[in-house]
Write a protein that binds this ligand. Structure first.
Ligand code: PGA
Length: 250
């Protein structure tokens, strides 16, 4: 796979002026990012202003979450139907949502089905906690997260699915996984997908690594054979650092 995928997850950060400023800096940076697919995921409230700036550019826009229903009495939620006019992509099952907001594997599966119904590309996040890693159950946990998210949807393709492997202990901690450990889990993820799809398809599903990625370590990750890109949190909030990170890939 020649294409590299970089996804910026701003989480619940930025103000309206930060969002506009970062988007303008990206546009004006004249970044040559042929073969690097870049998706910016602002907080929901700022999707539309960011869309206004990036809509005719080569940057894509993503949401950080959706609810599984299309519309109705679900106070505070947004749906795939609503975001599809502004976003290409949605992050589903980020560990902060699994852990803090108690999303289950089943919720994540329902969200994936909804995203797919509206032709959104889903980035399904999986990853183990530090306890799970230390007790040797990391692969088992990740297998379960993947199979329960995907199994009933047998017709996913490499245009509607990416997987992000994000070990919970590496997120926002400054302690990234080693490239070797990340590769090891990403090949496990690819093998797991091949159990429920054609071999060729599993080879073409982009698998990203996430967790304390920055401009210093990005190259180690994307040079691994089964890592096709990265999901970036903190380092995407500083436009100079983010631009540097993309330049490093080039
Ligand atoms: P981080 O976050 O880059 O700040 O570790 C990654 C993520 O949560 O997606």
């Amino acid at each position: 796979m020649n294409q590299i995928y970089i996804v910026a997850n701003w989480k619940m950060n930025t103000s309206i002026s930060d969002s506009i400023n970062i988007s303008n800096m990206l546009i004006n940076s004249n970044l040559d990012h042929a073969n690097i697919n870049i998706t910016i995921c602002p907080p929901t409230l700022y999707i539309y202003p960011v869309y206004q700036i990036l809509k005719n550019s080569s940057f894509q826009i993503g949401a950080q979450n959706i609810y599984s229903e299309d519309n109705g009495a679900f106070t505070g939620e947004i749906s795939a139907r609503m975001i599809k006019d502004f976003c290409d992509t949605v992050i589903i099952g980020h560990s902060e949502r699994r852990q803090i907001l108690k999303e289950s594997n089943q919720d994540i599966n329902q969200k994936f089905i909804s995203a797919k119904n509206f032709n959104l590309n889903s980035i399904i996040c999986v990853g183990e906690t530090i306890e799970e890693r230390e007790t040797g159950t990391a692969k088992e946990i990740v297998t379960k997260q993947i199979l329960s998210a995907l199994k009933p949807v047998s017709n996913f393709t490499n245009t509607n699915l990416m997987i992000a492997y994000e070990p919970v202990w590496a997120i926002g901690s400054g302690k990234a996984a080693t490239a070797k450990d990340a590769q090891n889990m990403c090949i496990h993820i690819r093998n797991t997908i091949s159990e429920i799809s054609e071999e060729k398809l599993s080879q073409n599903i982009p698998i990203l690594y996430g967790g304390s990625v920055n401009s210093d370590n990005i190259k180690q990750f994307i040079s691994q054979p089964d890592i096709n890109g990265a999901l970036i949190g903190s380092a995407s909030l500083d436009p100079n650092e983010f631009i540097k990170l993309i330049q490093k890939i080039k």
